[in-house]
Design a protein around this ligand. Structure first.
Ligand code: PLP
Length: 379
């Protein structure tokens, strides 16, 4: 008999909501027109795309014209940063070494090919950014772009986004935040936040993979980055992913309708682990600012034993538990997580990122504790 899977890798991706899957299936069956076609099937598809845009704009409290559909977080981060350098002439970037590779690798490319320079904000052993240092960097640079993620996808640390945005304003900096891990998890009012750009990815909030959106504040001056047809108001050419866009808007609508209950439920599971694990496994350490300002869906820890991370993953997999070690996005590679190394973790530390969704249960979490205790107990 096959065992039930315990899925605790939701920072990597989340299961699609049944109502989202149903809507997409219906859209693929009955609404297959190209939104650029002027016949009725094309017009129907266009109506759905624009309905989705309006719905997302309402949820994020922005104008529909400030939402551009993309293929996900990577595309949004790449497009915004490259656009700032190449179209807006911003040549200095301020970031941290804890950012997602879709930000850091884009910045490396801009340094190499577009005469840009990059400064990195200091952080402490928990990964908490030094905002005094950020202010010093802002003082030293002319019209920079600050790019700092809202919640870290590996350790969960939350950025004081409003404070950072206000600092950026004070020093004439544009501010981009990778909000991939927080859209659909926290109530975000992008109009009230002092922010110029943000990105989101549907598969992180129970929508489909390969579709996302970016928020570009009106007047921020972003220029087209995929050229061809006139889609996305000329910003991003290419036939729209109609079922994906519809599914994403539906997912955001559903999760936004139950943020408080989801928060209470998942916070309870996370607190249980924070209390129980150190008692059951003495020497276990939580990484990042776990007990402080952290996203409620992510918990990262290091186990006090000598087991090799891949073997640890194998044992958990055998027990039916899916979670990740290091960065989920690079888990296919053999390299340890750059974020955890930057935080001073030894390369072969048995490390786990536990990340929850609204369906996880206390029984699942209790089973995880039991399995981890068994793995870490000698003999
Ligand atoms: N930014 C963060 C913080 C992420 O966690 C991820 C995915 O793991 C991405 C960007 C990339 O998003 P996508 O998978 O939609 O390209």
């Amino acid at each position: 008999m096959s065992q039930a899977i315990i899925y605790l890798d939701n920072a990597a991706t989340t299961p699609v909501l049944p109502e989202v899957a149903d809507l997409m299936y219906q859209a693929m069956k009955h609404n297959h027109g190209n939104p650029s076609s002027i016949h009725q099937l094309g017009r129907h598809a266009r109506v759905e795309v624009e309905k989705a845009r309006r719905s997302m704009a309402v949820m994020l409290n922005v104008q529909p014209g400030e939402i551009f559909f993309t293929s996900g977080g990577t595309e949004g981060n790449n497009a915004i940063l490259a656009g700032c350098a190449r179209e807006l002439g911003r040549k200095h970037f301020i970031t941290s070494r804890l950012e997602h590779p879709s930000v850091l690798n884009m910045l490396h490319a801009l340094e190499k090919h577009d005469s840009c320079s990059v400064s990195y904000v200091n952080f402490d052993s928990k990964g908490i950014l030094d905002l005094h240092h950020l202010e010093q960097l802002l003082q030293q640079t002319h019209e920079p772009v600050v790019t700092l993620m809202h919640a870290n996808n590996e350790i969960g640390n939350l950025l004081p986004i409003k404070e950072v945005g206000n600092l950026c304003k004070k020093y004439d900096s544009l501010f981009h935040s990778d909000t991939v891990q927080t859209v659909g998890k926290l109530a975000l009012d992008l109009q009230k936040l002092p922010i110029d750009f943000a990105v989101m990815s549907a598969h992180k909030f129970h929508g489909p993979k390969g579709v996302g959106a970016m928020y570009v504040r009106a007047g921020a001056g972003m220029q087209p980055y995929l050229v061809g047809g006139a889609q996305e108001r000329n910003m991003r050419a290419g036939t729209e992913n109609v079922p994906g866009i519809m599914g994403m808007a539906k997912a955001l609508e559903v999760v936004s309708g139950s943020l408080d209950t989801t928060f209470a439920h998942i916070s309870g599971l996370r607190s249980y682990l924070i209390e129980t694990l150190p008692k059951e496994i003495p020497g276990l350490q939580f990484l990042g600012d776990a007990a402080g300002s952290s996203l409620y869906t992510i918990l990262n820890l290091a186990l006090p034993c000598k087991i090799e991370p891949r073997q640890l993953m194998g044992l958990l997999d055998l027990a039916g538990i899916c979670l990740s070690t290091g960065s989920a996005c690079s888990s296919g590679s053999n390299k340890p997580s750059a974020v955890l190394l930057a935080l001073g973790m030894e390369p072969l530390t048995p490390n786990l990122r536990i990340s929850f969704n609204r369906y996880n249960t206390l029984e699942e979490v209790k089973k995880l504790v039991k399995v981890l205790k068994k793995i870490t107990t000698p003999g």
